[in-house]
Design a protein around this ligand. Structure first.
Ligand SMILES: C[S@@+](CC[C@H](N)C(=O)[O-])C[C@H]1O[C@@H](n2cnc3c(N)ncnc32)[C@H](O)[C@@H]1O
Length: 323
């Protein structure tokens, strides 16, 4: 039986497990599940068939990890940079322990100097990946493997001129989509206030129509690339196709999904980033509806991804590129 270790956001392990399949064990921000599910929303990183390691008397975890890595790397050609990810459960002190464990591992694996010089710490970009992936489930308990899948979520750097923390979500969404607004492109931002997403696009040189009754602030207020319309987002239609639709409405997510389907179905945008706020409800039925193979979005998109972003809370973000 194939086991996968799914790593996501702290507090969301119930949804991580439910989306991934049959759960064997779970802890803060992780779930060990049967089956090799990929392209999930709540899993940020999936370790395929990980080996479980425990610290033993006289032998630290760093040594056991180095031994496993030596075994896994036999016969593998390392021609370029490869990812070395040390992650941990959301428990106090564990992320610090993961850092010191990585240092111990690097020390123990130093005989493989040429290979280790090519190791890049941190999560890779979205998709399947080869490297060395370690997850610390406790102080003396780790899971590790050479093959993983990455959803593309990651912590983004803040900007002092950004009007809201929401800014970080759209920045992270570009990384998941693999594309960001560019100079000369057009953006319709529905539910724009106070303007984090509009500011993010304008910063990149795109022309933004920001639709919201609320005021724009800080870097979005008076920005020459941002036109503010105090209108209802559900009544707004673009004069011609825009390159990007942004949609971050504080509304019933089923209603927001209907709006997104209308834009995609009518071909009003080339790409989209939309945030659906599920609040205290089970997000799985909504997620399945968004990604349904016979749904409007799957029918219209060349690329469609739903992710519970690092910066998301009781919400998930859908990104898409129309065919
Ligand atoms: C979470 S905030 C958006 C934050 C924004 N993305 C940012 O980066 O600053 C949600 C916004 O949706 C707006 N909103 C909710 N319903 C709306 C509607 N029907 N039409 C326009 N805006 C709406 C609210 O006024 C609120 O400003």
């Amino acid at each position: 039986m194939s086991l996968n270790l799914h790593v996501g956001q702290a507090g969301f392990q119930a949804f991580i497990a439910k989306e991934a399949g049959t759960c064997v064990e779970k802890g803060p921000g992780w779930a060990l599940c049967e089956g090799r599910a990929e392209d999930l929303a709540f899993s940020h990183l999936v370790l395929h068939d990980p080996v479980e390691l425990k610290a033993e008397p006289g032998r630290g975890l760093g040594g056991s990890l180095a031994e496993l890595f030596r075994k896994l790397s036999r016969g593998v050609r390392y021609d370029g940079l490869w990812p070395l990810a040390f992650e941990s459960a959301a428990e106090e002190g564990l992320s610090k322990r993961a850092k010191s464990l990585e240092a111990a591992f690097r020390g123990e694996a130093s005989q493989l100097a040429r290979i280790m010089r090519l190791a890049r710490s941190g999560r890779p970009g979205p998709g399947p990946c080869s490297g060395f992936f370690v997850f610390l489930a406790g102080f003396d308990r780790a899971f590790a493997c050479g093959q993983a899948w990455c959803g593309g979520q990651r912590r983004m750097a803040d900007d002092p001129h950004a009007p809201s923390r929401s800014y970080l979500k759209v920045e992270e969404a570009y990384a998941v989509l693999g594309e960001a607004p560019a100079p000369g492109q057009t953006v319709a931002d529905l539910g724009a206030a106070p303007g984090g997403w509009s500011y993010s696009a304008a910063r990149r040189g795109a022309a933004v129509t920001a639709v919201d009754n609320g005021p724009l602030k800080d870097g979005a207020s008076g920005n020459p690339l941002i036109t503010h319309l105090r209108e209802d987002a559900f009544k707004f239609a673009p004069e011609s196709q825009v390159d990007w639709l942004f949609c971050d409405l504080l509304e019933d997510p089923a209603r927001t999904l209907g709006l997104l389907e209308r834009w995609a179905g009518s071909g009003w945008c080339g790409r989209f980033v939309a945030n659906l706020k599920f609040g205290r409800n089970d997000p799985l039925p909504l997620l399945r509806k968004v990604l349904a193979r016979d749904g409007v979005l799957a029918g219209r998109c060349a690329l469609l991804r739903a992710r519970h972003l690092y910066h998301d809370r009781e919400e998930f973000t859908v990104v898409g590129r129309l065919a």
